[in-house]
Design a protein around this ligand. Sequence first.
Ligand code: GDP
Length: 363
Amino acid sequence: GFRCGIVGLPNVGKSTIFNALTAAGIESANYPFCTIEPNVGMVPVPDERLDQLATMAKTRNKVNARMEFVDIAGLVSGASQGEGLGNQFLGHIRQVDAIAHVIRCFADDNIVHVGGSIDPLRDREIINTELILADLETVRKRLDKTAAQVKSGQKGAKEQQAFLQALADHLDQGQPARTMEPDDIGQEVLKELFLLSAKPVLYVANVAEEEIGSGNPWVEKLKEVAAAEQASVVMISGAIEEELSHLEEEERRAFLDDLGQSEPGLNRLIRSGYQLLGLITYFTVGEKETRAWTIPQGWKAPQAAGVIHTDFERGFIRAEVISCQDLLACGSETKAREKGLMRLEGKDYVVRDGDCINFRFNV
Ligand code: GDP
């Protein structure tokens, strides 16, 4: 999956961030931002390695990896109980593979906060609670079914019941499913349940423009809580990103320099989202085209080749592989070959992030 949902309470800056993300997409010549639905944006993944490889190969066509962001508005407290809007909100979350949870960490008296004050930990709790309550409902239904299976003596039902009970207790204590450490049986059960709180999450701390360099105590608190669940925090200023999205490249550089930032916060957000989805990138490098390809971590060479073309997977013979660091250091494929740095890998090779690959295949 390649979809990251942007969630959060109303007025925290979700749309501002989403709009800036999709505006950034417009500037990528190869992947113009395409609207699938009004709230879905296809976004190029910024990658310096790709830029360097493209320069090295004097390529005519540079193609970034891309991923989808979905702006999921409409969370209200009580969504897990409610019909209509609340349900719709949860339904949208069910369809994404990871969650970027935007949390308001900027003060602005002109912008109403639904909770009445700035309180990142409370805001995080409110959303988490809705997801956990919805999951609890799912798990209880499954427990009822399993109880019947235990009665009828179905094989493995008892073990499932034990796991489901532990899971229900875990959720009942306000813990998301993602912090559960399931055994093998639990893993199987979890896979079938498609729980909302099992999805990987990152927090987006939306700070005021003037605090992008320094951060603030709200962000620090959020970081502490996030660390406890091994989630990352990306600090961003919606206001800055919005301004940047209206600027030409040169003005943009100057504005970022003024702020002491090396790149837009969105770049960090996109890369973090990509990582959160468990995705890695390999490259194909050439004069005609230099391109970043996306695969899930752990894929083997033939599967990875299949992303380019199904024929590549079916007729896979071997892959010529070199890390992008080595290739860049050599300056050309020919040099890399001379130095013996191109490796021949077979069908069991697990592709690594940053590999540059030529596939050999039969048609
Ligand atoms: P959403 O309801 O979460 O989608 O929130 P919006 O993106 O519509 O933002 C709500 C309001 O907060 C708008 O008026 C934005 O201009 C404003 N806003 C968003 N990000 C920032 C920020 O970083 N700083 C300030 N001061 N205002 C922001």
